[in-house]
Design a protein around this ligand. Structure first.
Ligand code: GLU
Length: 423
């Protein structure tokens, strides 16, 4: 007697990324050798490095930088600080950056970095020393024309300023384009901080319009209240949507009449940046939040939030992926069958890297644009990509993620073929 082996859903992010790529390759004519080229990261750096803590002790940290591709230009992507960072997670995130930059027509490849750390355990001076030492360890592989880091989970403009300063001081010449997402005073771009959340808003508004759901009064649920989730919530509220629930690591808050996002941000500012305990709402768990009746669900936290285990419970009409990799391939299939539109991460959250590109261009020309100019360019670029993905989804008969992948992977393959292999 044979027993069927239960299929275990892959939640290793690199396995998920590979599965997504393999699915897309079925729609493209790509030789097995090129397919393997696309599956493998070009370069991987793993570093163990010491940092002096405030009490004088030395603590060792582990960090990674993976450059998945430099086919379309310098590698590009953020750096995250999180206890769950792993080489495979960074590999997946680097590959997703390649497709994201390609989909947005940015002249970049893809990269990602991370340090295994809970930054809340570090004092500000320890955080600075850790950042500077990690930046120093990255010098052999990064550069304004080679690989350009940016903020990601638990990193911000201040951390980018320290990275830029460490690189600049070590090399002895000014190099503002070494990182993006810098403070405006040190060469950052106006609008960069809000860009990812703003892009989530642009794509969500277009998806709502496509489905014939009025933006005004649309019920929005946001998982994650960091730089992406909080700004997306604010932006959607400004468009007239009703944000009925938000959550972070402390849990969720729910008010069916709508939350005042500016007020929630003010509350969180005084409570360790956490939303739990906000008085004008009921407490809910993150699981309950994902299953709320709503029009738009914005997963803006981490990977693997919507899986085969809970995809059937999702009641949103649109899933707008503010995070990278929040939905597994199995969950994608379930959502697609149920008629739920997923705006995939490589499109939905591409506003961040798009304004990173605009920042890098401004650094190269040493001439800076107004916030309005930046936002106008961002909106136009997001609009073009959104409609290209929607058209491809309709023409090929696939979901939005596959459509985005088909466009993005094809562009990389086309450039690869034009450039050829050397040496
Ligand atoms: N970390 C962001 C992302 O995942 C931004 C990357 C960048 O600006 O380079 O897209």
């Amino acid at each position: 007697m044979t027993t069927a082996t239960p299929t275990v859903e892959a939640t290793n992010p690199f396995e998920v990324a590979q599965q997504q790529l393999n699915r897309a390759l079925q729609y493209l004519e790509v030789s097995p050798g090129i397919a393997e080229f696309l599956r493998r990261p070009k370069r991987e750096l793993s570093v163990n490095f010491p940092v002096r803590m405030d009490n004088g002790d030395i603590r060792m940290f582990t960090g990674y930088r993976v450059q998945h591709s430099t086919v379309r230009g310098p590698a590009k992507g953020g750096i995250r600080y999180h206890p769950q960072v792993s080489m495979d997670e960074v590999r997946a995130l680097a590959m997703w950056m390649t497709w994201k930059c390609s989909l947005m027509n940015l002249p970049y490849g893809g990269a990602k970095g991370g340090v295994i750390v809970d930054p809340r355990e570090l004092s500000p001076t320890e955080l600075e020393r850790m950042t500077r030492r990690f930046a120093y360890e990255l010098i052999p592989v990064i550069g304004p024309d080679g690989d350009i880091p940016a903020p990601d989970v638990n990193t911000n403009a201040q951390i980018m300023a320290w990275m830029m300063d460490t690189y600049t001081m070590t090399l002895g010449h000014n190099a503002p384009g070494i990182v993006t997402g810098k403070p405006v005073q040190v060469g950052g771009s106006l609008g960069r901080r809000e860009a990812t959340g703003r892009g989530v808003m642009y794509t969500t508004v277009r998806a709502l319009k496509h489905l014939g759901i009025p933006v005004k009064g649309a019920r929005v649920v946001v998982q994650g209240f960091g730089n992406v989730g909080s700004v997306a919530a604010q932006q959607l509220q400004q468009q007239g949507a009703r944000v009925i629930a938000v959550s972070d690591v402390s849990g969720g808050i729910y008010n069916p009449n709508g939350l005042d996002i500016d007020d929630v941000l003010k509350y969180a500012g005084g409570h360790g940046r956490l939303v739990a305990g906000y008085p004008e709402a009921d407490a809910i768990t993150n699981e309950e939040l994902l299953a709320l009746e709503c029009d738009v669900l914005v997963p803006a936290a981490l990977e693997n939030q919507i899986t085969a285990a809970n995809a059937a419970d999702i009641k949103a009409k649109i899933v707008a992926e503010g995070a990278n990799g929040p939905t597994t391939p199995e969950a994608d299939d379930i959502l697609h069958e149920r008629g739920i539109m997923v705006i995939p991460d490589i499109l939905c959250n591409a506003g961040g890297v798009t304004v990173s590109y605009l920042e890098w261009v401004q650094n190269r020309q040493s001439f800076f644009w107004t916030e309005e100019e930046v936002n106008t360019r961002l909106e136009r670029m997001m609009d073009e990509s959104f409609h290209a993905v929607l058209d491809t989804a309709e023409n090929v008969g696939v979901d939005m993620r596959m459509a985005a992948y088909i466009l993005a992977v094809k562009r990389v393959v086309d450039v690869l073929q034009l450039r050829g292999f050397y040496p």
